[in-house]
Design a protein around this ligand. Structure first.
Ligand code: ADP
Ligand code: ASP
Ligand code: MG
Length: 413
């Protein structure tokens, strides 16, 4: 019996009517003789509300209780989806993460899936159940506590189930009809890609394109899961959506395939630190211990044995980073004159595997931003991406002008 994983994001299960609509999609697959594992997100806005409630209750909250609260949104939609399918005479049952179980690490609020036991669900399929509905985003740790997988984590639940059950494909239903050359909400000229390589999708996701959680792409790449992104609001069709696949399946790679952005970044500068061997380790060690996701780093030229060190990190990690650096200063691990945080910056990135063999992409990117009068604050590059930090007020303009400059409205996919 062939098995399909179908994941419905928050907007696709935003209310009882939308759940009915999603259930009809599932019914179509069942009518085609498939067993289906449905992974559901919480209703849109629900997880944000739950996170706010935790923050309103406790400033330095216990992460185990955070997970107990924020995982609950998915429990509601899983039960409602199973009930909706039953109303349609489709044998369905819901599971929460711990019931499967989805075993994870104990890193609360950003746990990683270690294993999924297919046994119980497979037994139910063998007994005639057609659809297993599983609450996304959650699992259970070795200490038997509920964990969550980080924001957007239902995508990762879906891919992990597709890998564990060797599903024929993992379909991610969302509120856009595929992966675009950039966020269609920011650039009206963005176009949908029919195919995108795992590597490019991985870069786009990790640089801010939230259409797929980064770890879900990593996992799909590792386990060779066929991954499709499509809209739950459009009529079903075999050609719908975007297929995330191996590079070899794409005839011609574009120099730049997409522009990603991360709106809420911060730029932090340690003013006047001693320029001595080991200083970078002394700064970034404590930051890493504090769980700060440091991204771009610049060390300025030293003058009289002292230098400035600048790095970027997500805006919501600024106070934790400040605490870690001030503690390191107090214990005389490092010494700096001042610690500055610029919280008005965004990161814009151009991504494309064609960059490996084509030069001039960085120059074009810098020229385009300069023509728009946008100042670049920090630059970082890798084999297939170039990222810059700019003032947040220029985010839309930067994305749109780069989309034009790289002629992404004409890309082939
Ligand atoms: P869901 O709730 O279904 O998981 P998300 O909000 O997490 O949906 O992801 C879908 C959103 O991702 C879209 O509404 C879109 O604004 C945003 N997005 C960002 N970059 C891209 C891109 N390159 N292609 C498509 N969507 C993108
Ligand atoms: N509900 C969770 C979130 O909003 C997980 C998800 O939707 O993927 O982050
Ligand atoms: Mg999402």
């Amino acid at each position: 019996m062939s098995l399909l994983v179908m994941k419905f994001g928050g907007t696709s299960v935003a209310n009882v009517d939308r759940i009915k609509r999603a259930a009809k999609r599932v019914a179509l697959e069942v009518a085609h003789g498939k067993n289906v594992i449905v992974i559901v997100s919480a209703m849109s806005g629900k997880t944000n509300e739950l996170v706010d409630w935790v923050n309103d209750t406790s400033q330095f909250y216990d992460a185990r209780e955070y997970d107990a609260v924020v995982s609950s949104g998915e429990n509601v939609t899983a039960g409602l989806m199973a009930l909706t399918l039953q109303e349609m005479d489709i044998p369905a049952r819901s599971w929460q993460g711990w019931q499967v179980p989805v075993q994870t690490t104990s890193a609360h609020s950003s746990a990683r899936i270690e294993s999924i036991s297919p046994q119980i669900i497979n037994e139910k399929f063998a007994q005639g159940m057609k659809v297993a509905v599983v609450a996304g985003f959650q699992g259970i740790s070795n200490e038997d506590r509920i964990t969550t997988l980080g924001r957007g984590g239902s995508d990762t639940t879906a891919v992990a189930f597709a890998a564990a059950f060797e599903a024929e494909r993992c379909d991610i239903y969302t509120d856009v009809d595929g992966v675009y050359t950039t966020d269609p909400r920011v650039c009206g000229k963005a176009i949908k890609l029919d195919k995108i390589s795992y590597e490019e999708m991985l870069e786009l996701a990790s640089l801010g394109a939230k259409v797929l959680q980064t770890r879900s792409v990593e996992m799909a790449m590792r386990f060779k899961v066929k991954l499709r992104v499509l809209s739950s609001f459009e009529e079903p069709s075999n050609k719908a959506g975007t297929l995330v696949c191996d590079e070899e399946e794409i005839m011609e790679s574009n120099v730049v395939s997409g522009i990603a952005y991360s709106r809420d970044e911060a730029k932090m500068t340690l003013v006047s630190v001693a320029d001595r061997p080991g200083i970078a380790a002394a700064i970034f060690g404590p930051l890493s211990d504090a769980g700060i996701n440091v991204d771009m780093i610049i060390q300025n030229i030293a003058e009289a044995g002292r230098t400035d060190m600048t790095f970027s990190c997500p805006i919501d990690q600024v106070s934790r980073a400040e605490m870690a650096l001030n503690t390191a200063k107090e214990s005389e691990l490092i010494n700096f004159q001042d610690l500055l945080a610029d919280t008005n910056v965004s990161k814009i990135s151009a991504v494309g595997i064609g960059m490996r063999s084509q030069s001039g992409v960085a120059a074009k990117m810098f020229q385009t931003l300069s023509d728009e009068g946008i100042n670049i604050k920090v630059i970082a590059t890798s084999e297939i991406k170039i990222s810059v930090l700019v003032d947040r007020k220029y985010l839309e303009l930067a994305v749109q002008s780069l989309h034009d400059a790289f002629e992404l409205h004409e890309v082939s996919s």
